[in-house]
Design a protein around this ligand. Sequence first.
Ligand SMILES: [Fe+2]
Ligand SMILES: [Fe+2]
Length: 187
Amino acid sequence: MQDDPLALYHRSALPDAFRIILADYPRDGWAAHPHFGGLAAFWLDRHLNFRAMMTRMQDDSALRLDGQIAAQEYGQRLARLGQRFLGELVGHHQIEDTAYFPHLAQLEPRIARGFEVLDADHHTLHELIDTFAAGANALLRESNDTAQRELVAGFGGVLGRFERMLGQHLTDEEDLVLPVVLKHRVD
Ligand SMILES: [Fe+2]
Ligand SMILES: [Fe+2]
C-alpha cells in the first residue's frame, strides 16, 4: 500500500475523481446547508474532538520538556488522554468501515473507490496506534525524571507523525463524506 500514490503516506489531497460531488457542495457552504445537522454536524464534531485531543497531548509534551509539569503529572495526563484517544479512534473507524462507508458508497458508486482508500487509511493509522501505544507504555513505566524526559522527546516524533497523517485522513474523509451526507440527507 505504501507504493500506492493514494496511500496516506503520499497523499496531500483527494484526487479530482473523488471531488466531483464536493464540487457542488463546497466546504464553505456546509454549515449553512439545510441538510446540515444530525450526522453531518456529528461527524465534523468527532473529528474536531480527535484534533483537539492530539493538540492537548502535544501541549502536555511541550510542558513536560520545558520542565513545567513533573513526570508523575505528565504520566497521569498521558494515560488518561491517550487511552481515551485510542479507544474513541478505534471505535470511530469501526463504525465508519462497517456501517457508513458501505452505505455512502452505495449512494454514490462513482466515488466508491474513495471509501476504499479511507478504509485503507484506517489500517495505516492502526499501525501508528501500535507505535503510539508502545511509546506511551514505555513512558509510563519510567519514573526517573531525566530518563522520562528523554522518552518524551522521542514520543514527540510519534505524536507529530500521527497528527500529520490523521489530519490528512480527517480532511480527506470530510471532503468525501460530507457532500454525500448533505446531498442525500443521510441521518
Ligand atoms: Fe476515518
Ligand atoms: Fe472519521
